[in-house]
Ligand binder design. Structure first.
Ligand code: MN
Length: 200
């Protein structure tokens, strides 16, 4: 767990993103998750799980789905500071990931299984139960080609909803009920235009 990669990619004099505390405190019992909708060169959703004082992070191009029959590609990216979970705003042009960022969903999560999330991460499969405003219930992040001799750069992570009471085969992430910030009620366009938010 380290923020070296995260900090190395960013100029904190130019971007409003948080640098993160130098000695982040792992939280005692409650673990948070956040999903940010990010219009960088390509629109994607960033899926982040708090662990050991940082946010383990994946970029999910099509965003999470509540439909258990849908597998979403999830690309691992560098750990982010815990403070990033509250970041909503615009990364300026010329900076890494330039474009508007929305806090699309946020809440607590519970790791499942016998081993810790970072241990599960090494083994290529993480099970969690999310308690968000949009995402609820069980999800698995699983790495493909775990047992075979597939080179690690050819392995892929997938994000899949469990078949539980929160599963929804009619889920459409582009629907108008789902396209606003859970922090400020703004759309990506309103964030980009710098419109003030209202508490939801
Ligand atoms: Mn991103």
């Amino acid at each position: 767990m380290s923020l070296t990669k995260y900090r190395g990619k960013r100029d904190f004099k130019a971007t409003p993103e948080p640098k993160g505390a130098s000695h982040p405190k792992p939280s005692a019992k409650e673990l948070s998750f956040v999903v940010q909708k990010h219009q960088a060169s390509h629109l994607h959703y960033d899926f982040r799980l708090e662990w050991n004082g940082v946010l383990l992070s994946w970029a999910v191009p099509k965003g999470p789905s509540l439909d258990p029959s849908v597998k979403r590609l999830a690309m691992p990216v560098e750990d982010h500071p815990l403070e990033y979970g509250g970041f909503e705003g615009v990364i300026p042009e010329g900076q890494y990931g330039a474009g508007p960022v929305m806090v699309w969903d946020k809440g607590l999560y519970e790791p499942q299984g016998d081993s810790a999330p970072d241990e599960q991460l090494k083994q290529g499969k993480i099970d969690v139960v999310l308690q968000g405003k949009k995402l609820r219930g069980g999800f698995t992040l699983i790495q493909t080609g775990r047992r075979s001799g597939v080179p690690s750069d050819r392995k892929r992570w997938l994000l899949v909803k469990h078949r539980d009471e929160y599963a929804d085969p009619s889920w459409d992430i582009d629907s108008s009920e789902l396209d606003r910030s859970v922090l400020t009620g703004r759309t990506l366009k309103e964030i980009e235009e710098g419109r003030p938010g209202k508490k939801h």
